[in-house]
Design a protein around this ligand. Structure first.
Ligand SMILES: C[S@@+](CC[C@H](N)C(=O)[O-])C[C@H]1O[C@@H](n2cnc3c(N)ncnc32)[C@H](O)[C@@H]1O
Length: 217
């Protein structure tokens, strides 16, 4: 099977592309509550130090990067997303200092050891090959680098129902994870010092945020 992102020109048939090309214009309005809630929970768990470089994978319309840019104006920020229509909106929201580029989590367009922090916010359930994506993150993280992943948590019954429904009716969706599965994915991809918090942002959405460090031993 061709590696995702190997030829971006042929990606227009990808279900994620189709879904988000269609959703892009209404995404911020339609998902405003959810994006703001998950963004705030993610921000709480990103402790960016002066001069650190951060990459937001699946940055979408750039809401998280905009909040990080406001809070940490001196840091170097970048975002990638597979859907150009989402990035077009991010481009209008972010300053020119933030580098954004169309690409896939599974094949990052950066040299080894470029970033201190990598964030995945509400996009991990779309990744078909999570181990490949996490190993790609390991590659572009510096030796002391860390990852922050916020996504739906399959330990909550509402998310289990949502996951089952979307697997049947939405081709873009791939899979949500339980905390234990997320822990094992991170461990087997080369992360350690893994911590995972789960919480609800309202009665329906059960979320988790995982933080982990690149294992250099
Ligand atoms: C639900 S949106 C989340 C956007 C943003 N992170 C947020 O919190 O609002 C998911 C985004 O992930 C992108 N995406 C999905 N799978 C991807 C992949 N494998 N590589 C890069 N981007 C991906 C989609 O194009 C979409 O913009």
């Amino acid at each position: 099977m061709a590696k995702r992102g190997a030829d971006l020109k042929s990606d227009h048939e990808d279900p994620v592309q189709k879904e988000y090309a269609h959703l892009a214009q209404e995404y911020d309005d339609k998902w405003s509550f959810y994006v703001e809630a998950t963004l705030q929970e993610t921000l709480k768990r990103i402790e960016l130090h002066s001069g650190e470089r951060l990459l937001d994978i699946g940055c979408g319309t750039g809401a998280l990067l905009a909040a990080i840019e406001k809070r940490y104006p001196d840091n170097i920020l970048a975002g990638i997303d597979s859907t150009q229509e989402m990035l077009d909106i991010a481009g209008k929201r972010l300053s020119k200092n933030v580098h954004i580029e169309r690409s896939w989590a599974e094949r990052l367009p950066f040299e080894a050891e470029t970033f201190d922090v990598i964030v995945f916010c509400s996009m991990f359930h779309y990744i078909r090959e999570p181990i490949i994506a996490l190993k790609e993150s390991i590659r572009v993280l510096k030796p002391t680098g860390r990852v922050v992943i916020t996504d739906w948590c399959d330990d909550y019954i509402t998310c289990q129902i949502c996951d089952l429904f979307l697997r049947v009716f939405n081709q873009a969706h791939f899979k949500t994870y339980k905390k234990r599965e997320c822990y094992e994915l991170l461990l087997s991809s080369g992360f350690d010092d893994i911590k995972i918090d789960s919480y609800k942002v309202n009665w329906f959405w059960g979320i988790m945020t995982a933080t982990a460090y690149k294992n250099v031993s």
